[in-house]
Design a protein around this ligand. Structure first.
Ligand SMILES: NC(=O)c1ccc[n+]([C@@H]2O[C@H](COP(=O)([O-])OP(=O)(O)OC[C@H]3O[C@@H](n4cnc5c(N)ncnc54)[C@H](O)[C@@H]3O)[C@@H](O)[C@H]2O)c1
Length: 374
């Protein structure tokens, strides 16, 4: 008989909706899904949103108190989609109650909290996964496959960018993503976990880093009274030069004031045998250059990756175009599959801790204007 996995969702804002959609639709995307998914309970401190979780996403019940949710005996997985500062208490409470945990990035408010979470997760023996959905885009999966098959060879460069433009408006109020005491940092902790995770996943660990950051708008309106201005204490943009342990050079840039950008995550990898390039705004393809191609025939080729997910993925057909939400569906499918088949989820909280350590090293490098050993 098919196993049932019962979900408790904490936080029903933007990402709570996306994850709920993913859980609901997994049985349609995958013919031969690993389990029956039941949306048991949704929690949001804002009662109107919690109720929407019932009315719109189909959760059986709602609460405003996450402790009530994690203690329930009829929940197997706790899924955390609250702002960063609230992650730790919810993750620790869920693990202490014997629940598997899927947590949005970044895992915690800072590295010290992430270490505490990893220690608790290891002790619990429960399954844990961090949201790093870009690993689950077929073009990125293809990049990983090619790198593992030595298509790129010895890597010289990793160049990664994650660019947004949503903070260009100086009148944008200081909501939680602009408050250090809730988010833990600026664009680095917001967009960094994605592009830095891909660097770590595709090319390797970092040895040393130097960085420079800037807050272009030092005052913004207060949410409670938009006529009053408040000091901004998080960076809008950060650029870093990195030396990787395998000898490659890295460059990473993250910005929330990149005029013209929508959701532009890009990477380019250059190696002795070949090169790869990806842009999230063209998610259907991976660019690949093979240095062994005959002279006169050299150039980047466009590998069509569209929605080429392995079976039992069956909807939509592989030829149809790829979208951002689909990568969340694939990430959550992988997590459920790991629970049912007792495999180790990836990326997990250990990967997330590595990101926290790197991000804190980058902040230290920027603040001290020096190279920092990671
Ligand atoms: N993986 C991605 O691509 C991606 C994209 C955006 C955001 N995120 C991450 O997802 C998380 C949530 O971001 P979001 O954009 O959904 O934010 P959001 O503000 O849209 O939603 C957060 C929700 O959490 C609720 N909340 C706050 N404190 C709570 C508490 N103590 N108990 C219960 N509910 C509480 C809020 O009322 C809100 O509805 C963040 O960690 C963020 O970094 C990830």
């Amino acid at each position: 008989m098919q196993k049932e996995i019962r979900i408790g969702m904490i936080g029903f804002g933007q990402m709570g909706r996306i994850h709920s959609y993913a859980y609901r639709s997994i049985p349609l995307y995958y013919d031969g899904n690993p389990c029956k998914v039941t949306l048991k309970c949704v929690c949001d401190s804002n009662e109107a949103l919690a109720k929407k979780g019932v009315d719109q996403a189909g959760f059986e019940s709602f609460t405003r108190d996450y402790r009530e949710l994690v203690e329930r005996k009829d929940i197997d997985v706790v899924n955390i989609c609250t702002p960063n500062k609230m992650h730790k208490e919810a993750v620790l409470a869920a693990l202490a109650s014997g629940k598997h945990v899927y947590c949005e990035k970044p895992l915690a408010f800072n590295e010290a909290e992430a270490k505490e979470i990893v220690a608790a997760a290891d002790k619990s023996g429960l399954k844990h996964q961090i949201t790093a959905e870009y690993r689950f885009i077929p073009a990125v999966m293809k990049a990983k496959e090619l790198i593992d098959a030595d298509f790129v060879g010895r890597v010289f460069h990793f160049r990664g960018l994650y660019l947004h433009s949503g903070y260009i408006d100086p009148k944008r109020p200081r909501e939680w993503r602009l408050l250090k005491e809730v988010i833990g940092g600026g664009v680095l902790v917001d967009l960094g976990p994605h592009i830095l995770d891909l660097m770590h996943y595709l090319v390797g660990d970092v040895d040393e880093v130097s960085a420079s950051m800037e807050t272009f708008f030092r005052e913004r309106p207060l949410p409670e009274d938009p006529k009053k201005m408040g000091k901004v204490d998080v960076e809008d943009a950060i650029s870093a030069i990195l030396r990787l342990k395998n000898g490659a050079l890295g460059f990473a840039e993250m910005s929330r004031v990149a005029t013209g950008a929508e959701d532009e995550l890009r990477f380019e990898i250059h190696g002795q045998n070949g090169a790869l390039a990806f842009n999230l705004m063209q998610p259907n393809e991976l660019l690949a250059y093979n240095a062994k191609d005959p002279k006169g025939m050299q150039g980047f080729r466009k590998i069509s990756t569209v929605q080429k997910y392995p079976a039992p993925a069956m909807m939509p057909a592989a030829k149809f175009t790829m979208g951002w939400v689909r990568s969340h569906v694939a990430a959550l499918y992988s997590f459920l599959d790991c629970i049912v088949n007792d495999r180790k989820p990836s990326p997990n909280f250990h990967d997330a801790l590595k990101m926290h350590h790197l991000m804190e090293s980058m902040y230290r490098a920027a603040e001290t204007k020096s190279w920092v050993k990671v």
